[in-house]
Design a binder for this molecule. Structure first.
Ligand code: SAH
Length: 364
């Protein structure tokens, strides 16, 4: 089976010709998938049956199968997907105010099963790195949210995409870029680049590389510490790319791309929420002309970290405000369904591994 989301129009036309179909059929198939958002060849419009059968036999349209969903009270929705090797990833749909204050639906995508970066506070890091997701697996997480026929062309149920689920996107670089192209290319989903944000824990050389290539998307950096002393305690990546190096890379990116970077800062009680950290964070943000997102930490079972108190978060934000930093003070979202970072998929994989282990014991 070939993954449809790994092919472009020119390649697909060749495939059709090689298999005895007319070239113009490629456009009809692209139109069914990308404009009408139909992902089952049997339902494609204006396509002859012989082609529908050939497509069903040879091409895979959804590389991640929706397995379950959970809805939280604050309208955060979390979906669990099963991949062809039985692993799980999840995507999360969040309703949250944008920078302009308007509430928008945002889809959060995963790029890896597990993660190699080892951030101490993060649930995904705990299982270590398992594997990269293919571009088709990344794209397929969005398919259940593609609005069906009858809605305007190219509509999705969400208005923004953030690549902030499980995994480090810049460590799965080629597949990430290929997946974003499928969302963004005009002949594909045509989803605006400015509505797509890629979040990284700070792979400085990859950020420099982004400045060199055509990268029309937004970039967010998970800072979480405003000095190396604090950051290295919670993010092992800081040893490889210390803050000075990371900030230099971010400067190059911001200058080249002319877009505002977002600095994410999850507030963990007694770890990174001192006023000294707030002052240092303000300095970095002003240097980079970056927007700061202050995010309450979501507790992860088995980890000792706690969320900073409300009063502390407000006082921390005040320091940014008095220094003229552009920032958003986020409310907790989806804590009830473990929307933070790989926790649902993690549990599902652990449950299956446990079951498999039990079976193997029973078979002993
Ligand atoms: N690897 C990328 C993207 C995935 S994590 C990155 O580091 O940016 C998405 C965001 O969620 C990151 O800012 C990450 O630090 C944050 N995060 C991880 N665990 C969290 C938790 N328990 N509560 C709140 N945010 C968390």
């Amino acid at each position: 089976m070939k993954d449809f989301f790994h092919t472009n129009l020119a390649e697909f036309q060749e495939e059709l010709i090689e298999n005895g179909f007319e070239k113009y059929r490629a456009k009809q198939v692209f139109d069914s998938v990308y404009a009408k958002r139909i992902f089952n060849p049997a339902e494609f419009k204006s396509v002859p049956n012989r082609l529908k059968e050939w497509l069903a036999e040879n091409w895979r349209f959804a590389a991640a199968e929706l397995e379950g969903g959970k809805t939280d009270t604050d309208e955060t929705k979390k979906y669990l997907f099963r991949l062809s090797d039985g692993r799980h990833v999840e995507s999360v749909l969040i309703r949250a105010p944008d920078d302009d204050g308007k509430v928008r639906k945002t889809l959060c995508l995963s790029t890896q099963v597990g993660c190699a970066c080892g951030c101490k506070f993060c649930a995904s890091a705990r299982r270590g790195f398992v594997r990269n997701l293919s571009a088709a697996e990344i794209v397929s997480q969005a398919l259940p949210f593609a609005a069906g026929s009858g809605s305007p062309d190219r509509a999705f149920e969400f208005e923004n995409i953030v690549v902030m689920g499980m995994g480090e996107p810049l460590m799965n670089f080629d597949n990430l870029m290929a997946a974003l192209k499928v969302f963004n290319a005009p002949e594909m989903f045509g989803f605006g680049a400015r509505r797509i944000t890629v979040s990284t824990c700070g792979i400085a050389d990859k950020i420099e590389h982004l400045a060199e290539i055509d990268f029309p998307y937004r970039l967010a950096i998970s800072l979480h510490g405003a000095t190396d002393e604090v950051r290295e305690k919670i993010m092992p990546i800081d040893a490889k790319y210390p803050l000075g190096r990371l900030i230099d890379a971010a400067k190059i990116f911001a200058k080249k791309c002319g877009r505002m970077i977002t600095l994410e800062f999850i507030m963990i009680d007694g770890v990174n929420d001192s006023f000294e950290q707030a002052r240092k964070l303000a300095e970095i943000a002003l240097q980079l002309h970056a927007h700061v997102n202050l995010i309450p930490y979501n507790t992860v079972g088995g980890l000792p970290w706690k969320r900073s108190g409300k009063a502390r978060r407000a006082a921390f934000a005040d320091i940014l405000r008095t220094r003229g930093v552009s920032f958003t003070l986020r409310k907790e979202k989806g804590a009830g369904i473990e929307a933070a970072c790989g926790q649902l998929a993690l549990r599902e994989d652990a449950r299956q591994e446990e079951t498999a282990h039990k079976h193997s014991r029973e078979n002993d």
